[in-house]
Design a protein around this ligand. Structure first.
Ligand code: MRU
Length: 336
């Protein structure tokens, strides 16, 4: 199977190219985006999603939008840079990789003159993309120790190749273990309401030839009690300095159930997901999404639809990063 193309440059390098995940698992639709509005819409509607992939999409999207709108003039691009960056950062607030990636480009632009600005941010966006590929591989390699032959892994949402420019975070050790010939079975929570586990994780794993069983979110606790799962690995949208973890809503419940049944619960993320400037999970802005995502409801029914939740540090057995297994607190670490 060829590697998945999820997010990167178009063939002529003038557009952001994404695999539009709204069409999965039914169809593989590639889209090329050039305007800031198109990029923001793709991020908001989860055409491109998953914290690292959002960061890469925002970086490349910012560059191509600046190039187009400035007619290649550095002074014009500089005037547009911060307003564009602010609009991108506001498009999905929880995943720190978005503001991290955009912030890096803004800092790079500040370090050069107008003549060099567009070349600098283009090189910066490509570095962020390539860096994500490398970080995923590193996470996978370090994570091989927790995925022995025969491992049965539960995951929530999609923190695989579809969520990054590389082989994923939570699923990186699974992909590498499978490549090495180890037998691995993945249980994928359906992940209400947008069904990233059922639509995306199951598709990605099947495509790679990795056995996968999809379960409704509400069945995860019973599955963990049944003894069918050896370990849980999830991704993260933001890890605060004390080790609290924001991830797809439902992760906290899985962590509680894993804890109750003595099953290790690992969080896998690139270093760029660590937000050392936010002390605890209480400081994380949680995105709330539209009521329509919950489907048919009686007219007038009130809805609470947070896209993410926060799992406290006490429930996390280990933090798997591109620098190996690390232990909080992360105060004072550079978020790169
Ligand atoms: O709303 P989504 O699909 O972007 O949420 C994705 C997740 O919660 C992932 O687990 C997280 O971003 C980590 S992706 C490597």
């Amino acid at each position: 199977m060829p590697p998945l193309f999820v997010v990167g440059w178009s063939s002529d390098h003038r557009a952001l190219r994404i695999l539009d995940q709204r069409h999965l698992p039914g169809a593989e639709v590639m889209r090329d985006l050039v305007t800031l509005d198109e990029v923001i819409d793709a991020i908001r509607t989860l055409a491109v999603r998953g914290a690292p992939a959002i960061g890469v999409a925002a970086a490349i999207g910012l560059v191509v939008a600046l190039e187009q709108e400035s007619d290649g003039r550095g002074d014009r691009a500089r005037a547009l840079l911060v307003p564009y960056a602010e609009r991108l950062v506001a498009s999905r607030p929880t995943a720190v990789n978005l503001s991290w990636a955009v912030g890096r480009l803004v800092a790079m632009a500040a370090a050069v003159g107008d003549d060099a600005l567009l070349a600098a941010v283009r090189a910066g966006a490509e570095a962020i993309r390539a860096d994500d590929v490398a970080r995923c591989e590193a996470i996978g390699r370090f994570g091989l120790t927790i995925v022995p032959d025969g491992a049965r892994v539960l995951t929530h949402c999609n923190a695989g190749a579809l969520a990054t420019a590389g082989i994923g975070t939570a699923l990186a050790p699974v992909h590498l273990a499978h490549r090495e010939g180890r037998r691995v079975h993945v249980y994928a929570d359906e992940t209400r309401p947008l069904r990233q586990g059922a639509r995306l994780t199951a598709w990605e794993l099947q495509r790679a030839g990795i056995p996968v069983t999809v379960l409704p979110d509400g069945a995860a606790a019973s599955l963990l009690r049944s003894g069918a799962v050896d370990l849980v690995i999830v991704g993260a949208d933001r890890i605060t300095a004390n080790g609290d973890v924001a991830n797809k809503v439902g992760t906290y419940g899985v962590a509680l159930a894993a804890h109750a049944h003595g099953i290790p619960f690992y969080v896998a993320a690139p270093w760029s997901t660590i937000d050392a400037a936010t002390p605890t999970g209480a400081g994380i802005e949680i995105e709330h999404r539209h009521a329509a995502e919950l489907g048919d409801l009686p007219a007038g029914a009130r809805v609470w639809n947070p896209a993410f939740d926060v799992t406290p540090r006490a429930l996390v057995s280990g933090y798997l990063t591109d620098r190996g297994f690390v232990t909080p607190p992360f105060f004072g670490v550079a978020g790169a």
